[in-house]
Ligand binder design. Sequence first.
Ligand code: SF4
Ligand code: SF4
Ligand code: SF4
Length: 379
Amino acid sequence: MDALETALRENRAYLCLSCGKCTAVCPVARKDAGFSPRRTVERAVNDDPASWLGGEDLWKCLTCLRCSALCPGDVRFSEFARDLRALAREHGSTGACTHGDAIFTWMRLMQDPNLRQNRLGWITDDLQVSEDGDTLYFVGCLPHYDAMFRGQGFEGVAIAQNTVHLLNRVGIAPRVLPDERCCGHDLLWAGDVEGFRALAHLNATLFAQAGIRRIVTSCAECYRTLKMDYPSACGLKVEVLHISQVLAQSLAAGSLALRRSALRVAFHDPCRLGRHGGEYDAPRTLLAAAAELREMEHERERALCCGTSVWTQCGQVAKAIQDERIGEALAADAEVMVTACPKCQIHFTCAMSGAGEASGPRVAVRDLTGVLADALVGE
Ligand code: SF4
Ligand code: SF4
Ligand code: SF4
């Protein structure tokens, strides 16, 4: 099986020392004794694929990179899980979508080159967007998630509105594209490489036609995907920045003024911005200028994941991880846990919207853009 051999070699699985450090820190393994990244590697190296390729273990990994930093063999477990999922898919095994495949269905619909969308209804009259500028705000799937998750406290398209508002305040009127497609992050990490590439090529064509030279995202997953995966998937060569990076530069240059309040906030590092993208400082610099910043027990490289990835395997283990993270925010005496990834906000607000939460969420969860928009001087 050539693809398996390639996945084993490219992700350094043969160099696994069976030390178990990955399993010791893995947020999933800490809640689910049946899951072990060490054992998953061991089986992939030694056992007949028929005995493990169709199993659930491949879909349990959150691809959060927590284990990789500690691995003495430099095994790339997140990427290994991603590549094995592509292989599993070829053999008929897919991770079950917690939302009945609704989310993956719209990602597939967006692969139609002739699709015409109406995805800009969130732009209000007070927001300035450009018809011909070369800086794009890549909105991602916010309008779709807004329709599905707003009822549980997800900020939805308000994140897009706050992003444009903040960009306007630092002198940028961004382009927004009416036919932008999903970035394809979830397809790629769920093993649908062909579907991911189709979306990447459609987006890259739209960027080129519009003359885009710089892309700003408000989603950590879009950021990772456009910056790290598009160059090899579709040859994208433009600068990609997360909104926190643009605003931190503006703050340092004196072109962004924030009013500091006594609001106690803790920053939840989204794995795609932090461990994947290496950006820990920009959101903290901004939050420290806008509020009273607290740190949770696990922060920066050691941050806990939001518990759910690519919309699969959301159950007791995911809820236990989310519960632990919310507990860390409370232990830090934070009034608000701030994220810089809309999906983290979806998952955390979901975790607090169950029957046991009838009296309301234990901690507010807000997107970075909302907290910063509230802190703009002169508003
Ligand atoms: S930390 Fe690395 S070397 Fe150790 S068991 Fe895990 S994958 Fe293998
Ligand atoms: S990437 Fe994260 S979830 Fe996956 S095995 Fe490593 S620590 Fe566990
Ligand atoms: S935590 Fe996330 S994946 Fe799980 S049900 Fe809620 S929104 Fe869906």
